[in-house]
Each structure stands twice: as structure tokens, then as C-alpha cells.
Design a protein around this ligand. Structure first.
Ligand code: COA
Length: 162
């Protein structure tokens, strides 16, 4: 298997995302973690901050690249010449959204295939919005995110208080 793209908003990246990255990087020779600029979601972190966090977290994974993308995901796939998309499936509740996205992408670009990986069960309930909420209420997020993300969240939320 040559290359795959793992797209997401990563606002912020969690241990669940990292688990999917590690699984995919064992299957594919090259993995591009594509951070969406995503005009449809209001993000806590800027695209620059999200990119910097993901880069720091995957810096010891030699086959993993980090890039930003804007516009249609399938156009980005074509631009990169990569036709495998990775998405994580955590629970049944993810299915409908992922099903819709995978089939829409297939309609837009039949040669792009979506591959689903299941993160470790201990990470299957984590979501970025839950992490943001807990951090915002000064709860402990150590078990949910890598240390660099924890530090960035604390700094970002501190800035909001000031
Ligand atoms: N571990 C933890 N959380 C996970 C996860 C995992 N393995 N997999 C998904 N999630 C969670 C995230 O935490 C996030 O939670 P939240 O909504 O509560 O904050 C949610 O699932 C989705 O986030 P993420 O995985 O970052 O991806 P996304 O769904 O925001 O990304 C894009 C969507 C960017 C891939 C999609 O919007 C896109 O392709 N946009 C480009 C425009 C386009 O082509 N549109 C047509 C496509 S149909």
C-alpha cells in the first residue's frame, strides 16, 4: 500500500486521532495527515496552530507528513495523486456521518476510496469538542490528548480569560 490521506479538522488532535494515525502508518508507506481549513466549522485553534500541534505530535513518525487543505477533499486527493482516504470509526453514532461523507466523495470522485479504521476502544468515546469543553471548565484532559495538545489548550484558554 503506497499512500493515504487522513483528513480532519483536528481542533484539536486527540489520542483517538493519534491512534488512527499510528494504525494507518503501519499499513501505508506514506501517510498525509491533512488538516482542513474548514470554513463550515468555527474552530478554537487557527489552522497554523492545528498544523503545528499535529506536526509536533507526529514528528517521530517518519512516514507521516502533515499538510493543510482547503476546498474539496477529493480535489486535494487528486492534487496529491493519492486515492486512499482514511477515516476513523469510533462508534455506531459515527456511521451515518461517515457513510454520507464517503458516498458523497465517491460520487464526486469514483477513484477515491475511503478506508475505515477503528481506534482502540479506550479512545472510542473521545471527541475534540468534549476535550475543548472539559479544558474550558478546567477539567483534566491528560488522558485524552498528547501533552503538546494539553499545553496548547491550556495556553489558548488562558489567553481567552485575559
Ligand atoms: N478520535 C477522536 N475523535 C475523533 C476520531 C478519532 N479517531 N475520529 C473522529 N473524531 C471526532 C473529532 O474529535 C471531532 O469531534 P467533534 O465534532 O466533537 O469536535 C469529529 O469526530 C470530527 O472531527 P475530525 O475527525 O477532525 O474530522 P471532521 O469530520 O471535522 O473532518 C473533513 C471533516 C475536513 C474531512 C470534511 O469536512 C471535508 O472533507 N471537508 C472538505 C470539504 C469537502 O470536501 N466536502 C465534501 C465532503 S462530503
Amino acid at each position: 500500500m503506497q499512500a493515504a490521506i487522513y483528513p480532519g479538522t483536528f481542533d484539536p488532535l486527540t489520542l483517538g486521532h493519534l491512534d488512527v494515525i499510528e494504525r494507518a502508518s503501519r499499513i501505508f508507506e506514506r501517510l498525509i495527515v491533512a488538516v482542513g481549513v474548514n470554513a463550515t466549522k468555527e474552530t478554537l485553534f487557527s489552522i497554523e496552530d492545528r498544523l503545528a500541534m499535529v506536526r509536533e505530535v507526529v514528528k517521530d513518525h517518519p512516514h507521516v507528513e502533515v499538510d493543510a487543505f482547503d476546498g474539496l477533499l477529493v480535489d486535494y486527493c487528486k492534487q496529491k495523486g493519492v486515492y486512499a482516504l482514511i477515516r476513523g470509526l469510533r462508534a455506531f453514532s459515527d456511521f451515518e456521518y461517515e457513510f454520507q461523507m464517503a458516498l458523497t466523495n465517491r460520487k464526486l470522485a469514483p477513484d477515491v476510496e475511503t478506508i475505515f479504521l477503528m481506534p482502540k476502544e479506550t479512545h472510542s468515546y473521545i471527541s475534540s469538542s468534549m476535550v475543548r469543553e472539559i479544558a474550558g471548565m478546567r477539567g483534566d484532559i491528560e488522558e485524552f490528548v498528547p501533552p503538546v495538545v494539553q499545553a496548547a489548550l491550556e495556553k489558548r484558554l488562558q489567553k481567552r480569560v485575559e
